[in-house]
Design a binder for this molecule. Sequence first.
Ligand code: TLP
Length: 336
Amino acid sequence: MIDLRSDTVTKPSEEMRRAMAEAPVGDDVYGEDPTVNRLEEYVADLIGKEAAIYGPSGTMTNQIGVHLGTRRGEEILLHEQSHIFNYEAGAPALLSGVQSRPLLGDGGLISPDTLRAAVGPENDHFAPPTLLCLENTHNAAGGAVYPLDDFAEVAAEARGLGLGVHLDGARLFNAAVAAGIEAREWCEHVDTVSVCSSKGLGAPVGSLLAGDEATIRRARRVRKAFGGGMRQAGTIAAASLFAFEKNVERLEEDHDLARLLAEGFLEAGYEVEAPETNLVLVKADDENALLEALAKEGVLAGHGRKGYVRFVTHLDVASEDIEKVVEAASRVFASV
Ligand code: TLP
């Protein structure tokens, strides 16, 4: 099977497993795991924030960010296709008691005008909007990079309106590598940012939330309350550290394969969105029919946004696999 459902499906390499086996560990709830401490410092430094905290998933680190940026009864503003709004099991309402206001925008972007229009005057009828959540790259927009100028502009607009800003940067390093811009350049404009080691960077588990010292100190209590306080977490944090140290630059290879794949699909007759990073969206009248036909050919893909099937390139995919996927897609074209 060639598994292109997600870049979350990668298995740790031998070298990564060795780093995990050899990692010094301690009880991280006491702050005594040297590997976790090293990882948190490394990532904070990498993205230009004062501090970072390690958590088990991107969902948890996003939700800690939401929790820290709001109070019960307030409102977060986010793209209608965003991961936090669509794929985190209603967690902003469940865990933080906030209302989500979905905003429209092409390619996963939110314009300053759209944001301004969504923030009404103060009025007892309205839930006070307090946090803007952005996403880079944007999953549902096919891994689109948030252009830095647009990002800075909408973040500045949010500040002007008195809102905080959180960035879901699950694939921020894909954006950085594709755009040739340091990840920290986006992070400069936000209060909190969540980054994942378990997507294209190839670790089996682990995400971090970064921000200023005081915010991350508060995040430790929230992580505990959300059940994310881990003990000898150095065993897994070692994989994340390895991922951030060794696997960022190579994301370019995934992007190259995504372009190859998109070209192959186009040649086979499909409608495809030109990928900016490692996600390829292929239009399908019947997504399930295409997914099933491909699965019979030994190719696994997943659902993209409505009307699209999503293929994700990653560390465990080689160019020969891409050729096989394109051949399979050509064979099933007539039937779907
Ligand atoms: N996304 C997964 C699925 O949940 C859709 C995937 O296969 O792409 N932010 C973004 C932008 C994400 O794409 C994801 C994972 C997360 C957050 C959540 O990360 P995890 O799975 O670690 O909770």
